[in-house]
Design a protein around this ligand. Structure first.
Ligand SMILES: [Zn+2]
Length: 277
């Protein structure tokens, strides 16, 4: 029996009425009623904070036709996340590929360890809600290229790999940001990246006709971390706790005004000061 079938079966059993006294009166058929009768399909749970947390029943990110694990991160194998985060990577990379075919697969760096907790090389990534994503890149001839590791990009959007220049793919990286922010199931709180990349993204979105309202969302979500860790070679993406992981999962603000009403964080939304794009 598959796990899903087993869960469905278990739920059916739990839904049956339990005969009174069945637990003690020795029915010929064993009673399968659960005293809790509150069985839910088990799915991932993010516990605590991104900087001090755990991950239960993690989903594992497999490579696909649309995304790949960065070669430099394969050995450590920290590709575990909540089902919302793993699904976000799958959906966003697929959407970019469908909207702009012919590109490279999205390069995915580390998420979290199987059970979360401390992870080498990151101050967060502890409870399955952070993922590092490589930039979509092109070579000198404009041909999309898949680099095996994160590669620094300068203010002009130019990097270097094996002594050859490589270029930040403005359109595909914009499409990625759009897909992350518009995802229907996971709510992205932050995309950390260098200031110059943020500038390129907003300029590209404007050039492609994005609305000012959407550009404002991008301007809030995409932010530059402190100067000693500028994120010049990848996007660090963080999602909010899912509603079902609350209250054990914990976030700090800000809470964006587009959080859906159905999510408990809707109650935490406060007016934000204007933002400069
Ligand atoms: Zn990161």
């Amino acid at each position: 029996m598959t796990t899903l079938a087993l869960l469905a079966f278990t739920s059916q059993v739990a839904a049956q009425e339990c005969p009174i006294g069945s637990a003690v009166s020795g029915f010929a058929e064993p009673c399968m009623c659960s005293p809790s009768a509150s069985l839910k399909p088990l799915s991932s749970a993010s516990i605590g904070r991104v900087t001090r947390g755990r991950l239960l029943r993690a989903d594992y990110l497999e490579s696909s036709a649309f995304h790949r694990k960065m070669e430099s991160d394969i050995e450590a194998n920290n590709f575990y996340g909540t089902k919302e985060l793993v699904g976000l990577v799958e959906r966003a990379s697929r959407r970019v590929a469908l909207r702009y075919p012919g590109g490279p697969r999205l390069g995915v760096g580390e998420l979290s360890r199987l059970r979360g907790g401390d992870i080498i090389g990151h101050s967060s990534h502890e409870n399955g809600r952070d993922v590092d994503l490589g930039f979509y890149m092109k070579d000198f001839a404009g041909v999309p290229t898949e680099l095996p590791e994160f590669t620094d990009v300068n203010r002009a959007g130019i990097g270097e790999f094996e002594e050859s220049p490589v270029y930040f793919d403005d359109v595909r990286n914009w499409l990625l940001i759009e897909a992350l922010i518009e995802d229907p199931y996971a709510i992205v709180q932050h995309v950390f990246v260098a200031r110059s990349i943020r500038r390129r993204l907003i300029d590209t979105g404007r050039r492609l006709g994005a609305s000012e309202a959407f550009l404002e969302k991008v301007g809030r979500v995409v932010m530059s971390p402190h100067a000693d860790h500028p994120h010049q070679n990848h996007f660090h993406v963080r999602i909010y706790c899912s509603a079902e992981d609350l209250p054990r999962c914990r976030d700090r603000g800000p809470y964006w005004p587009w959080i859906p009403e159905a999510h408990p964080y809707f109650a935490r939304i406060v007016p934000l000061p204007p933002i400069r794009l």
